[in-house]
Ligand binder design. Structure first.
Ligand code: GLV
Ligand code: GLV
Length: 321
């Protein structure tokens, strides 16, 4: 029997060339809709390998159904959608896509920071709506970025790469992380601080921390109250790291100045989401790593990891619990 690979979203047939001779490959044939849960469970029960999206829940129920499963390749650096401990217990290798998306995601984080600070989306909407009535001294006056203090929460590779971009804007760089990142300190002049010091002193608070039991809801009411009234909060990690009701309240009360959000607790959000009613919120549909080149590279990395494991070798990138 040839090993069976199931891909939970439509990807180009071209990308599958490396798998086709040795494996039976099947995929969910829709690009914009996630695979329904019942089909995912049926497919998982047959699969030796799964190529999953961050929107697919790989939990105990799925892992218990997946008797032949050897590898899960998640098309993301984050893997909070997967019960990694349970997978490892069952001998399933879990792979993610670090490194390849680092620069692209850092670019998006910085673009979102700039868009929020300088009110780019609001400004572009005014022009497109024919509401631009002429130059005026304080028209759409935003916040400076250069020479301000950026505070990066979660100083992994993406955080470091955001910090590198910040050096070009002559920013002071603070970071908070579970462990010190001495390389970022030496190479980029980043300064380690407590979470408390970071949120109280930074002008831009950029959240890049993975979602774990420890980080869930860490940006809560108290955290937003401690921030400067001029602070801008940027989230490019996972929505559940933030208490969205508390963020909404902080923005409405003017406890902080704005927010740029690429991620939400429950994705996708609809146009009725309270945060979308606020002019000082820039909302994006989880596009951190979404450049054509990087997404193609992530897909190829997932496929290579699957092939390596099914051939009995080591994957190129593996999740280390
Ligand atoms: C996207 O959010 C990722 O984790 O790659
Ligand atoms: C992971 O690569 C991260 O930068 O958080």
């Amino acid at each position: 029997r040839k090993p069976y690979v199931f891909i939970t979203r439509k990807i180009s047939r071209e990308a599958l060339k490396g798998l086709n001779e040795s494996f039976v490959v099947n995929m969910w044939e829709y690009e914009e809709q996630p695979v329904p849960r019942d089909i995912l469970l049926e497919e998982a029960a047959k699969a030796d390998a799964l190529l999953t999206m961050l929107s697919d829940k790989v939990d105990l129920e799925l892992l218990d159904a997946a008797r032949n499963l050897k590898v899960i390749a998640n098309l993301a650096v984050g893997y909070d959608n997967i019960d990694v401990a349970a997978a490892i217990e069952r001998g399933v290798t879990v792979c993610n896509t670090p490194d390849i998306l680092t620069d692209t995601t850092a670019d998006l984080a910085f673009a979102l920071l700039m868009a929020t600070a300088r009110r780019i989306v609001e400004a572009a909407e005014i022009v497109k709506a024919g509401k631009w009535t002429g130059w005026s001294p304080l028209l759409l006056a935003g916040h400076d970025i250069h020479h301000k203090t950026i505070g990066i929460v979660g100083m992994g590779k993406i955080g470091e790469t955001v910090a590198k971009r910040a050096t070009g804007f002559d920013m002071e760089i603070l970071y908070h992380n579970r462990s010190r990142n001495t390389e970022a300190e030496e190479r980029l002049g980043a300064r380690y601080t407590s979470f408390e010091e970071l949120i109280t002193t930074a002008d831009f608070i950029v959240c890049l921390t993975p979602l774990t039991d420890e980080t869930a809801g860490m940006f809560n009411k108290e955290a937003f109250q401690k921030m400067k009234q001029s602070a801008i909060f940027i989230n490019v990690s996972r929505g559940a790291v933030v208490d969205e009701d508390a963020l909404f309240e902080a923005l409405v009360k003017g406890e902080i100045a704005g927010a740029g959000l690429d991620v939400f607790k429950q994705e996708p959000i609809g146009s009725d989401h309270p945060l979308l009613t606020l002019p000082n919120v820039v909302a994006l549909p989880h596009i951190g790593s979404a450049s054509a080149e990087t997404r193609q590279g992530m897909i190829m990395l997932c496929i290579e990891n699957i092939a390596r494991v099914l051939y009995g070798g080591q994957p190129k990138t593996i999740v280390n619990p």
